[in-house]
Design a protein around this ligand. Structure first.
Ligand SMILES: [Zn+2]
Length: 155
């Protein structure tokens, strides 16, 4: 799994996990990746702050006390207040979706299709779809979005 810092065309910053960089590219190309705040499908990897400093590093500093210890490669993160806020919004969005939509489980593709073709009335639903089902829905022009997942729900 690989985590990308992402930003939409409106400047919302968020993060998401992907199997690999090819999976990221594929989701963007298919418009499956949307901003969790505004649903914009125009999502790009956020620019990393460039390491351009005028001052040269002192030689021999690489193994100094500031270098990260290679002994304990545990994934860690410093969370800024903005990220904490974003995480809260993600949770709110998810709760809002879940509260206002009907859970249809694995009937999601079927229900979404019926709505798309006008067989039943439009309403908010959520459920599960396999990668193949999601691709088929997408190819039929049926619009849907992945339910935002919070990192701590993956464990
Ligand atoms: Zn956005």
């Amino acid at each position: 799994m690989i985590r990308y810092a992402l930003a939409c065309d409106k400047g919302h910053a968020f993060e998401s996990w992907f199997q690999n960089s090819a999976a990221f590219d594929k989701q963007v190309k298919r418009g499956l990746l949307t901003c969790p705040l505004c649903n914009s499908p125009k999502v790009e990897k956020a620019m990393m702050s460039p390491q351009l400093s005028g001052t040269k590093k002192k030689s021999g500093d690489a193994s100094g006390p500031e270098a990260p210890s290679p002994a304990a490669p545990a994934p860690v993160a410093m969370v800024t207040p903005q990220e904490r806020e974003l995480r809260k919004k993600l949770r709110e969005l998810r709760e809002h979706l879940v509260k206002n939509a009907d859970y249809v489980g694995q009937k999601f593709p079927e229900e979404a299709r019926k709505m798309h073709y006008g067989e039943i009335e439009h309403r908010s639903i959520y459920g599960e779809a396999s990668t193949d089902q999601a691709r088929e829905l997408h190819e039929e022009g049926i619009e849907f979005h992945p339910l935002p997942a919070l990192p701590d729900e993956r464990n």
